[in-house]
Design a protein around this ligand. Sequence first.
Ligand code: 4NP
Length: 167
Amino acid sequence: MQISVLFVCLGNICRSPTAEAVFRHLVRQEGLEDKILIDSAGTGDWHVGEPPHHGTRKKLDEMSISYEGLRARQFKAEDVERFTYIIGMDDNNIADMKSIYNRHAAGIERSTRNLDTCLRRFVDFIPGTTYTKVPDPWYTGDFDETYRLISSGCRHLLTLIKQEHGL
Ligand code: 4NP
């Protein structure tokens, strides 16, 4: 079975593309790129088609992590059916995903998935963290803090996925 991971934030230009790029990097390092499909999306549509924010690109360049080809897209109801792990960067992202799903699910094959368990929160993958959300550098300007937290979370997430799927 193909394992798939979707990271979701608001604009898909700061937090979720950082997570996508970092997670791709880790997955490639472990030679698991054929087993784990990775993507990201935003609940908003303002930046659709744009590359990551320049602050995100600067930080990823500094860490020698590729973001080649990443372009913002909007989260859609069908994503609920397509991805094994759907991970929001904060509680608003999760609430917005639910509302997008509930508005559009009538037009698609309705899921048997339980939204309350399949939409997960990124910080919940980090044992012992005091963060309740991934801070949004669009507002904080602190791309370093966001990168550190995302890097830690992606490592824990990969360990968990390897355990859960016997990789
Ligand atoms: P992100 O940050 O959700 O981490 O990509 C944001 C990017 C853009 C906006 C808000 C947050 N915006 O309002 O355009």
